[in-house]
Ligand binder design. Structure first.
Ligand code: NDP
Length: 464
């Protein structure tokens, strides 16, 4: 029997790779994990975590305004970008330390280097030039922002990566894209006082979400003062004589800003990884193709997380890692469950959602019932804020199963987590109806909408 340096070599120290490496090492396997940048990956280093800290920072401007209606005089407030960046960096360094510590405590070899495949079982450690061997290899190298190289002037633009380290807060920013990242950053920059414009190619932002969420958020963002231009794309981006940036849209309009950010999706980090040397098959976008158990076409090479382009979310990568461990090291073949994933968009107002959008449910079922409420959250009464909260439940008329719940408003992300459990358990609308309300909360609306607002039968909206 061949002998290898390691039982498992993990390439990539993000959420998925670290979880798999730590668990495998904890089971007594000889594990190495290599990361070329920083442990924690996109989520911890330049994604979810610093983004959420920025979201908190950007919410204070509204909190200060809201306080007046409750009798508080906050006085003049100022915001200091370098303080936020420094404090965020400190917290990220602390979290990175925890990731390393977890791996170290479990007994994994932590390698601070890029690693590339040079054969089916051989991995080259770039920093040392040494080649090691492993019985199994797990590729969890994640993805990176699409640089959109076909855009003239793309090199003048930033992505979310750079947004976390800008030396100066821009006075004005133009953001391209209408997905999670574009929408979240538009709200962050606006909340920090930056003049913000969003340019999206489609008819409405957040293309994969329920229509009410998309329209509701668009309206709320515009009411705050964020400019949203739909049906538009950039023609080019140039440097203006005064050093600012000039983004010209296909339709001819010129937008002047200090930064232009591209948030046009992310691509798998498979370039130059040597996957072809190991015979691993890739898909059209460069993603690693895997079976139901995260195994590639090469029996001993697995891949998980964003590099497989299944669902680009941190908890999904972690779940896939745990399934990998069960399958490979616990003799319990488990395929990741990608059904009914609750998710949040940390826009302002926030969106929380689980299950089918009305538009998708209407196509999949003969008749659906829509329960919809739009109201001013209680806190807004004294603060005078006009922003509305939207709650929507999508129900299959046939068996009363709740197919989807969509929320826009304060704490929608927190609520989505709890609703995810209910939907995963297969709750029906009757289960919602017999659940006692928690009063006074906004969420009580979820269990007190007894009559459908309307039905959709064979794709046509009918009054109930
Ligand atoms: P998304 O896929 O969410 O959005 C990409 C956006 O770019 C879409 O609006 C898309 O338009 C647009 N786009 C793509 N290509 C072009 C093009 N050639 N020209 C013009 N517009 C284009 O990607 P993000 O980059 O925002 O985020 C990446 C992933 O990261 C998300 O899918 C999500 O899974 C994850 N993420 C999750 C977060 C969370 O959970 N809160 C936060 C941030 C990221 P169209 O819709 O028309 O295709």
């Amino acid at each position: 029997m061949a002998s290898y340096d390691y039982d498992l070599f993990v390439i990539g120290g993000g959420s998925g790779g670290v979880r798999a490496g730590r668990l495998a090492a904890g089971l007594g396997k000889k594990v190495a994990i290599a990361e070329e940048y920083r442990y924690g990956g996109t989520c911890v280093i330049r994604g979810c975590v610093p983004k959420k800290l920025f979201v908190y920072a950007s919410q204070f401007s509204e909190h200060f305004e809201d306080a007046a209606g409750y009798g508080w005089n906050v006085g003049d407030s100022t915001f200091d970008w370098p303080t936020l960046i420094a404090n965020k960096d400190k917290e990220i360094a602390r979290l990175e330390g925890l990731y390393r510590k977890g791996l170290d405590n479990a007994g994994a070899d932590i390698i601070d280097s890029r690693a590339e495949l040079v054969g089916p079982h051989e991995i080259l450690i770039k920093a040392t030039g040494k080649t090691v061997t492993a019985e199994r290899i797990l590729v969890a190298v994640g993805g990176r922002p699409n640089p959109h190289k076909s855009l003239p002037g793309y090199e003048l633009c930033i992505s979310s990566n750079e947004a976390f380290h800008l030396e100066k807060l821009p006075k004005a920013i133009v953001i391209a894209g209408g997905g999670y990242i574009a929408v979240e950053f538009a709200n962050i920059f606006h909340g920090l006082g930056v003049e913000t414009t969003l340019v999206y190619r489609g008819s409405e932002i957040l293309s994969r979400f329920d229509g009410d969420m998309r329209r509701g958020l668009h309206k709320a963002m515009e009411e705050k003062g964020i400019r949203i231009i739909c049906h538009e794309v950039f023609e080019n981006v140039e440097k203006a004589p005064d050093g600012r940036l000039k983004a010209t849209l296909k339709g001819g309009e010129i937008l002047i800003a200090d930064q232009v950010m591209l948030a046009l999706g992310r691509m798998p980090n498979t370039e130059g990884l040597g996957l072809e040397k190991a015979g691993v098959e890739l898909g059209k976008k460069g993603e690693i193709l895997v079976d139901d158990y995260s195994c590639t076409n090469v029996e001993h090479i697995y891949a998980l997380g964003d590099v497989t382009d299944r669902v680009q979310l941190t908890p999904v990568a972690i779940h896939e890692a745990m399934c990998f461990i069960d399958t490979v090291y616990r003799d319990k073949p488990t395929s990741p469950d990608h059904d009914l994933i609750a998710t949040a968009v940390f826009s302002q107002p926030e969106i929380g959602t689980v299950g089918m959008a009305e538009e998708d449910a209407a196509k999949a079922h003969e008749e659906i019932e829509i329960y919809r409420a739009e109201f001013r959250p209680m806190k807004a009464t004294l603060s005078g804020r006009t922003e509305k909260m939207i709650m929507k439940i999508v129900v299959n008329s046939g068996d009363r199963k709740v197919l989807g719940v969509h929320l826009m408003g304060p704490d929608a992300g927190e609520l989505a987590q709890a609703l995810g459990i209910a939907l995963k358990a297969g709750c029906t609308k009757d289960d919602f109806d017999r659940t006692m309300a928690v009063h006074p909360t906004a969420a009580e609306e979820l269990v007190t909408m007894y009559q459908p607002s309307y039905r959709v039968r064979n794709g046509e909206r009918v009054q109930s």
